[in-house]
Design a protein around this ligand. Structure first.
Ligand SMILES: [Zn+2]
Length: 622
């Protein structure tokens, strides 16, 4: 029989036993530093009952910073919807705080983002402890040898200050926590590509100023119950630069997994989602990472991205210390592999800047990835569960009990490219599509404007069969059926390419694919990409038919067409015989003739206005 761990017996307590260091673990950190001073973080001081509000968070950071003059700088990087100042904390051993100087020194920059979902604040409290251990008591000072540690204490600041006991029903503490959405109720972790929120726009500017070498986004899970307290996923799919993906698979992921487990926590190196919510025995599903997510955005930025998810049902102390351990372990990896990660990022940037160099080659660009169907058996430490028919829901429900369920389960591991395109030389966007262009500008994508009208041959899409989402999703009604199915190409309608000679007015935007952010432009401008401008609704008006024929005019047109075109007549009669709804609709029967006339063509319905450039030669750009 497996031993049963009492619920109160936390991971951290177990780690102390495991390492026979009960004394060390139980001694609070204020034994270090000046006599009598209490350097416990606010969460530690409350014995992890509470998490500090923003003022208390920043007061603690200021106090620790003052204890180590010249090692911490706090910078504003923009404002929230409610006008609060967004801040990053830069921790640098020698007081060099200029990103260019840090890059020149050969040190790596780690950026850790906390509280994008502000009810999930574990990373914030972990970073406060890490900050103290880096520079105040210096227990971890060596982790700054080759790395500059930059963290956002609270990203979704307006959500963080909307504090309540009722924000996270699934989560085991702290007592009061912030809200998932920002002040406009947007989920910032769906906003990276479309950049609707002021926080996203501020993030992108800050990110490009710092250009970190590694990015972490700290979260807390939802979903099933299991023994692990730390779960994480670092991108290594077919849309990541191959050398970076190899380093992630062979060094980063196993390194973090081993280090977190060695510290007495239980780590699982993938996101844990069930294939069937009503039956854990059916295994764990594949996780996708389109650009709406922070870590999906990192793929477009050519930077490694790590998603950390602490398990919601563990006590707050276990979660915060688990979050601390994975950040510590990552700092160790980055200190060991500093030159490697810098070189990988340089090569990934160069690869993105070469994308337009050989337009229409056989190297297709991956727009979307999906599960290939390949599953890997993994040893999984879950909890025993019972399935029963619920008289409440009328469906099967799962109840867990905290007895180990150690099994081998299939984990959806295989990723395939599910949509791809030959890369053009660049894109040309007519100037009136200001909102779509503005998003490219928010992402700092370089582009030029044409000085005169330009006529030339381009590829362009014609789109039809679009299905708009009826219920709002992130403040829009996008062209995909829902969040879970959002990355599936083909579900939203169809766009097919044609080659045409078109005229683009003066002031059109020309995006060349010779820049480190080429992937951002491609993902935004290709309709088949899961978070494209077209799918998010930035081009909805192209699907509107603006002129219609009046019945008495179309009656005349129909008679003329029927008389002169036997094939059209046959098609019309066949439709009446085989389509009862069509046959019963006087409007549809008349529109049949309008839709096949030059008058309908003049509406240009579904003609996507962005051109795929065959070449950049001869374009009148400044
Ligand atoms: Zn989250």
């Amino acid at each position: 029989m497996q031993p049963i761990l009492p619920e109160v017996y936390s991971m951290t307590q177990r780690s102390c036993v495991l390492f026979l260091s009960v004394l060390l673990c139980s001694l609070p950190h204020f034994v270090h530093g000046q006599a009598g001073a209490d350097w416990r973080t606010p969460a530690e001081a409350s014995d992890y009952r509470t998490t500090p509000d923003y003022a208390e968070t920043m007061a603690y950071i200021d106090r620790v910073a003052a204890s180590a003059p010249g090692q911490v700088k706090i910078e504003n990087f923009g404002k929230t919807g409610l006008g609060r100042d967004l801040k990053i904390v830069i921790v640098s051993k020698d007081g060099v705080f200029d990103p260019a100087a840090i890059h020149a020194s050969g040190r790596a920059i780690l950026l850790v983002q906390n509280s994008i979902h502000a009810g999930e604040m574990d990373g914030k409290d972990a970073c406060l402890a890490l900050l103290r251990d880096l520079i105040q008591n210096k227990d971890r000072a060596k982790l700054l040898d080759h790395v500059v540690f930059v963290f956002i204490p609270v990203y979704n600041l307006d959500g963080h200050e909307r504090r309540s006991m009722y924000t996270r029903i699934n989560q085991n503490g702290p007592e009061v926590a912030g809200w998932r959405g920002n002040a406009s109720n947007l989920n910032l972790n769906r906003d990276y590509m479309k950049a609707d929120a002021p926080e996203t726009r501020a993030f992108l500017k800050m990110f490009h100023r710092w250009l970190p070498d590694f990015f972490v986004d700290d979260h807390v899970t939802d979903g099933m119950d299991y023994q692990y307290d730390v779960t994480f996923a670092a991108d290594a799919g077919p849309d990541v630069a191959p050398a970076t993906a190899k380093w992630i698979r062979e060094t980063v992921t196993p390194g973090l997994d081993a280090a977190v487990n060695a510290a007495g926590h239980m780590s699982f190196p993938a996101l844990i989602n069930l294939n069937d919510d009503t039956d854990p025995a059916q295994g764990l599903s594949f996780s996708n990472n389109p650009p709406r997510f922070s870590t999906g955005q990192m793929i477009l930025e050519n930077r490694p991205g790590l998603l950390v998810e602490l398990h919601m049902l563990k006590d707050y102390k276990t979660r915060v210390t688990g979050n601390y351990e994975i950040l510590r372990a990552l700092l160790e990896v980055l200190n060991r592999d500093t030159a490697k990660v810098i070189a990988l990022n340089r090569e990934a940037d160069a690869g993105a800047a070469r994308l337009g160099a050989h337009p229409f080659s056989n190297d297709r660009f991956p727009l979307a990835t999906d599960w290939s169907g390949e599953a890997t058996p993994v040893v999984f430490h879950g909890y025993q569960f019972t399935r029963a028919l619920s008289e409440v829901s009328g469906a099967m429900w799962v109840s867990y009990r905290h007895e180990p369920w150690n099994v081998t389960l299939p984990l959806g591991t295989g990723a395939k490219v599910s949509a791809s395109i030959p890369v053009p030389a660049g894109y040309i966007i007519p100037p009136q599509w200001t909102h779509a262009i503005d998003v490219l500008a928010a992402h700092d994508v370089n582009f030029a404007h044409t000085t005169t009208a330009w006529t030339g041959k381009v590829e362009r899409y014609k789109c039809s069969g679009m299905q708009w989402q009826g219920h709002p999703f992130e403040g829009r009604h996008p062209i995909f059926p829902g969040e879970s199915a959002g990355a599936q190409p083909g579900r939203y309608g169809q766009c097919t390419l044609t080659t045409e000679t078109l005229t683009f007015p003066a002031g059109s935007v020309v995006v060349a694919l010779d820049q480190r952010l080429s992937k951002v432009a491609i993902q935004w401008l290709e309709p088949d990409a899961p978070d494209s401008a077209l799918r998010w609704g930035f081009f909805d008006s192209i699907f509107e038919q603006k002129e219609y024929g009046e019945a008495y005019v179309l009656e005349k047109l129909a008679r003329q067409d029927l008389a002169k075109d036997p094939a059209l007549k046959a098609e019309f009669e066949h439709r009446i015989q085989t389509d009862p709804r069509f046959a019963a609709s006087p409007e549809a029967r008349l529109e049949f003739f309008y839709d096949r006339s030059p008058w309908y063509q003049e509406n240009h319905v579904g003609e996507y206005p962005v051109g795929r450039l065959l070449s950049l030669e001869g374009l009148p750009v400044q």
